[in-house]
Design a protein around this ligand. Structure first.
Ligand SMILES: NC(=O)c1ccc[n+]([C@@H]2O[C@H](COP(=O)([O-])OP(=O)(O)OC[C@H]3O[C@@H](n4cnc5c(N)ncnc54)[C@H](OP(=O)(O)O)[C@@H]3O)[C@@H](O)[C@H]2O)c1
Length: 267
């Protein structure tokens, strides 16, 4: 029987690539996006249904889940992918910007998760996959608030998997390194005079890592692997330097690891 995945933030990048990858693999795909008019021709696929969901809108989330079940007869996997980065000097960020960052990357994921759990509990199975980041386990300069959201996501999901295990609902976090998507364009960079000798230079160093970054196709494959993994693995690093950096972070003393980060990003 054909399986079904519901994806958030499918209009571009990792979400879009994953939607098309799963559809080509024969899955039903509910490709949700907050603005369906952004969907390009690639979404003209018999296995794809576009659904309007802003992850900050609980009514749209409920309606999107119901529509997916109605069209495809069920949901096997939810992929919490929508997100963006607020980057720059913390002191230059407004309260509104910080709250929007947490709303989207943390509360958006909680909204979708809360909405799907009764359905997954009802059928006594389900998989929740999240686009976390290697930045959910390690940090870089200028990403303090973004890291705050992804570390929150990692902690939230790692704890949640305990209470869901007995209900046969599994959690899987995808942890990409730098990946070439619209991420660079959708990020918000902020600075001020107090950080003018630091923030623009370091930000540019960070952006430079995207020049050689792999495309979203490798993340889509990793999501597919996670969706088909019958085991209980929680973390799936992928792309760029993610597997290497996460390994180094585990084996090196924290101060050594932070020195390596400083040397490579603050030069
Ligand atoms: N690219 C990287 O290097 C990288 C690395 C690690 C983790 N990630 C994570 O990967 C995920 C996807 O990012 P990406 O790289 O694919 O960037 P992207 O191309 O900018 O895609 C972000 C997606 O999130 C959607 N989105 C933002 N706010 C939303 C909301 N309130 N409701 C619904 N959708 C919303 C965007 O929709 P619109 O088109 O409507 O704006 C877009 O579809 C994010 O969670 C990001 O943190 C990315």
């Amino acid at each position: 029987m054909k399986k079904t995945i519901l994806i958030t933030g499918s209009s571009t990048g990792i979400g879009k690539e994953t939607a098309i990858y799963f559809a080509n693999k024969g899955w039903n795909v509910a490709a949700s996006m907050r603005n369906p008019s952004k969907a390009g021709n690639e979404f003209n696929h018999t296995n794809i249904k576009i659904i309007q969901v802003d992850v900050l809108n609980e009514q749209q989330i409920k309606a999107g889940i119901a529509e997916c079940i109605d069209v495809f007869g069920g949901i096997d996997v939810v992929f919490n992918n929508a997100g963006y980065a607020l980057v720059g000097a913390f002191e230059a960020m407004t309260d509104e910007q910080i709250r929007k960052q947490f709303d989207t990357n943390v509360f958006g994921v909680m909204n979708v998760t809360r909405a799907i759990l009764p359905y997954f509990r009802g059928k006594n199975e389900g998989i929740i996959i999240n686009t976390s980041s290697m930045g959910g386990l390690i940090t870089f300069p200028l990403y303090s608030v973004y890291h705050g959201t992804k570390w929150a996501l990692e902690g939230f999901m790692e704890s949640l998997q305990f209470e869901l295990k007995g209900k046969n609902i599994r959690i899987k976090n995808i942890e990409p390194g730098a990946i070439k998507t619209d991420f660079e364009n959708s990020l918000t960079f902020v600075s001020n005079d107090d950080y003018k000798d630091y923030a623009p230079r370091v930000h540019q160093n960070m952006l430079d890592t995207y020049k050689t970054a792999p495309g979203a196709d490798i993340v889509a494959k990793r999501v597919f692997e996670a969706a088909n993994d019958s085991g209980s693995s929680l973390r799936y690093p992928v792309g760029g330097l993610a597997p290497v950096l996460l390994f180094l972070r585990r084996i090196l003393p924290g101060s050594w690891f932070r020195s390596i980060v400083s040397m490579s990003t603050e030069k």
